[in-house]
Design a binder for this molecule. Structure first.
Ligand SMILES: N[C@@H](CCC(=O)N[C@@H](CS)C(=O)NCC(=O)O)C(=O)O
Length: 197
């Protein structure tokens, strides 16, 4: 597998997921300044011209959540996603999509001080934080005792926020972030992520 990567990008989240899977992969460094991500060869992999992207033989993936769901399914022995038919499967899928469709844009709005409107399709950041606080319950992870790809996707949003000097405003989320950062494979605060970057 090849992960198209730049340490200053969301590709560190996909790398975290690969490291949680404990599998071999190759990092293909993409130089944003040289606009390598907008070249025809890369657009064949991700037509949106963004990182991350993953190639696994003849399979090409883009969008971080899709990459994480793919990896969780490719390596079921790692138990990073509930199997089809399992009780938590629906909640898991919902959280995976929620991470990029609501939580991340809500955080972006808060960062850029944009007032949220209902038409935008996501709530304000404080409301999103309350959603995740409720979903965490007693934890330690979103699905309870079982760490999953949902923790990688949701957790990375809060880790990114810290990288940019922000704060969730929630003690419960901050404690969750500390648990995530304590995982050996976790993306690291301070740009360089995981074991091989
Ligand atoms: N929703 C996408 C976002 C991808 C994205 O915006 N990637 C940024 C880096 S964090 C990028 O490649 N930006 C370069 C550009 O758009 O020129 C995902 O989750 O994969």
């Amino acid at each position: 597998m090849q992960l198209y990567y730049n340490p200053h990008s969301r590709a560190v989240t996909a790398k975290w997921m690969l490291d949680e899977c404990g599998v071999d992969y190759e990092l293909v460094h993409i130089d944003f300044l040289k606009r390598e991500h907008k070249q025809p060869a890369f657009l064949q992999i991700n037509p949106a011209g963004k990182l991350p992207a993953l190639v696994d033989g003849r399979t090409k993936l883009f969008e971080c959540a899709a990459i994480c769901m793919y990896l969780a399914e490719k390596f079921p022995q790692k138990r990073l996603a509930p199997s089809v038919g399992a009780q938590d499967r629906g909640r898991y899928l919902s959280l995976m999509v929620y991470s990029t469709s609501q939580l991340e844009p809500a955080m972006g709005d808060a960062f850029m001080k944009v007032r949220p409107t209902a038409e935008r399709g996501w709530t304000g950041f404080n409301e999103a934080v309350h959603v995740i606080e409720r979903e965490l319950g007693y934890g330690p992870w979103l699905l309870g005792a079982q760490f999953s790809a949902a923790d990688v996707m949701i957790g990375s949003v809060f880790i990114w926020q810290k990288l940019f000097g922000g704060h969730s405003g929630s003690h419960k989320i901050e404690a969750y972030v500390q648990r995530l950062l304590a995982r050996p494979a976790a993306m690291k605060l301070g740009i360089r992520a995981g074991k091989t970057a």
